[in-house]
Design a protein around this ligand. Structure first.
Ligand SMILES: [Zn+2]
Ligand SMILES: [Zn+2]
Length: 177
């Protein structure tokens, strides 16, 4: 089951759209688990953004997680990532590769020219993919195509390419056995 936890307020139809798209992309149940609060100490004053890794690490899971459960936290807040090879900077989300928790923000979507629910669903599908070890994909129509690429906004469909679809299906089967 993919469980959605909102850390900001979203219109119910937006959450509904994201839930249905995640279900369709991964062929797995997806539901709104509830609301949470973004950890205040994850705010990076210098960057005026929340440290995405810290937020994911510090969210306590009062959610009962089964082995194959994934949690996606949704926020409106700007996110930043710790320094890496690409430098420190704004990110649209973060996922524990091969792990259980991902965080996605709607921040900056208005600049992408996609409706909020579409952009958020694409980002959510992308970071959920990382939870199943999916890597970035060259196919611009695939949800695993990176969000910073111009191709991201070119295709409003929330879909995986055949390769990523099959890989996620294998991972989901392994996780539930
Ligand atoms: Zn990515
Ligand atoms: Zn792909």
């Amino acid at each position: 089951m993919i469980r959605i936890v909102t850390l900001s307020e979203f219109p119910p139809d937006v959450i509904d759209f994201v839930t249905r798209r995640l279900h369709a992309a991964y062929g797995m149940g997806c539901e709104l688990e509830g609301e949470g609060e973004i950890p205040a100490d994850a705010l990076d004053d210098e960057q005026s953004a929340y440290d995405a890794v810290k937020v994911v690490d510090e969210m306590d899971d009062d959610v009962t997680l089964y082995a194959d459960d994934k949690i996606v936290y949704l926020t409106n807040e700007p996110l930043t990532a710790p320094p890496g090879p690409m430098g420190r900077g704004p990110v649209d989300g973060y996922a524990q590769y091969g792990g259980g928790k991902a965080l996605v923000t709607a921040h900056g979507l208005s600049d992408k020219g996609l409706p909020l629910e579409v952009g958020l669903a694409k980002r959510a599908a992308h970071y959920v993919g990382h939870l199943w070890d999916l890597h970035h994909c060259f196919d611009t129509r695939c949800a695993m195509h990176p969000g910073w690429s111009p191709g991201f906004a070119a295709y409003p469909e929330v879909a995986l390419c055949l390769f990523d679809r099959e890989k996620s299906e294998r991972k989901i089967k392994l996780g539930s056995s």
